[in-house]
Ligand binder design. Structure first.
Ligand SMILES: Nc1nc2c(c(=O)[nH]1)N[C@H]1C(S)=C(S)[C@@H](COP(=O)(O)O)O[C@H]1N2
Ligand SMILES: [Mo]
Length: 251
């Protein structure tokens, strides 16, 4: 599924080599991604440098108006409760679904002063943001939707993020996982979305709560959120780097 992405990415790498060289020389060395040094992950250096070197960390991804909202394919896992999935998480997700996700909690762990479980109501009280954005999948399609959710930065603040914190790993009920750095975690458009186009987030799009990282490509936006772990070291929870995927996929 992510294969095509790698090829198009390679083209982008060659196209961007000269400008990246210039960026490197212009003193952006401290802004290198944690995958720096891995020859197969040179694409990360380029997109990371371009974003971290040229944009303010709070620069917003493009937002659209309601008339731009489009149909929205569902990809990857579209129903963790599918009985055909023989993994233990399938039963757990079925139970949550039976009760309309009222028993759903998000566990916040790691480098935080107050680790613990948040119910959806607890999260909503922290603050909310609504944004109409474009999702771009590595398979080559994109779609626009309106998302409402709780900024991840507010959740991390509320949990008392510790000074040694550097990365955030997010795990879904289907064992899918991704990690992002604190710049993306505290980006104003990085939200834990519970509402899509004004209604509860549908199962196929990650119910009850999914991540939206609008500064990166679609596969970073973990659906079916279960657990967030703040770490002081770089973690690649889904082994993207070993599997030949980009860890940083800035758009
Ligand atoms: N938990 C989980 N999150 C996931 C995936 C998945 O399979 N499981 N697929 C990813 C990919 S590749 C994309 S493009 C988007 C798809 O989101 P959508 O199904 O709402 O279109 O979710 C991402 N997050
Ligand atoms: Mo994707």
């Amino acid at each position: 599924m992510k294969q095509k992405f790698l090829i198009t990415r390679r083209h982008a790498i060659f196209a961007g080599l000269t400008s990246a060289g210039a960026l490197l020389l212009s003193g952006c060395l401290k802004k290198l991604p944690p995958t720096y040094g891995n020859l197969l992950r040179m694409g990360d250096n380029l997109t990371y440098l371009a974003q971290r070197g040229l944009l303010s960390p709070k620069a917003l991804a493009m937002e659209y108006s309601k008339s731009d909202i489009s149909s929205f394919p569902a990809t990857g896992n579209t129903n963790p409760a599918d009985p055909a999935i023989k993994a233990s998480y399938s039963k757990i997700y079925q139970e949550l679904q039976k009760n309309d996700f009222k028993d759903w909690t998000l566990s916040v762990e790691g480098s935080v002063a107050k680790p613990g479980k948040y119910m959806l109501g607890d999260l909503k009280k922290l603050g909310q943001r609504t944004q109409i954005t474009r999702h771009t999948c590595e398979e080559g399609w994109s779609a626009i939707a309106e998302w409402t959710g709780v900024p991840l930065g507010l959740v991390l603040q509320s949990a008392g993020i510790l000074p040694d914190a550097r990365f955030v790993s997010l795990y879904g009920y289907d064992n899918y996982a991704e990690s992002i750095d604190l710049t993306d975690a505290f980006h104003p458009q990085t939200i834990l979305a519970h509402t899509m186009n004004g209604g509860n987030l549908p199962i196929q799009h990650g119910a009850p709560v999914r991540l939206r990282v609008e500064t990166q490509i679609g596969y970073k936006s973990v659906k079916y959120l279960q657990r967030i772990v703040v770490t002081d070291k770089f973690v690649d929870p889904a082994h993207d780097v070993d599997g030949g995927w980009s860890w940083y996929t800035g758009i």
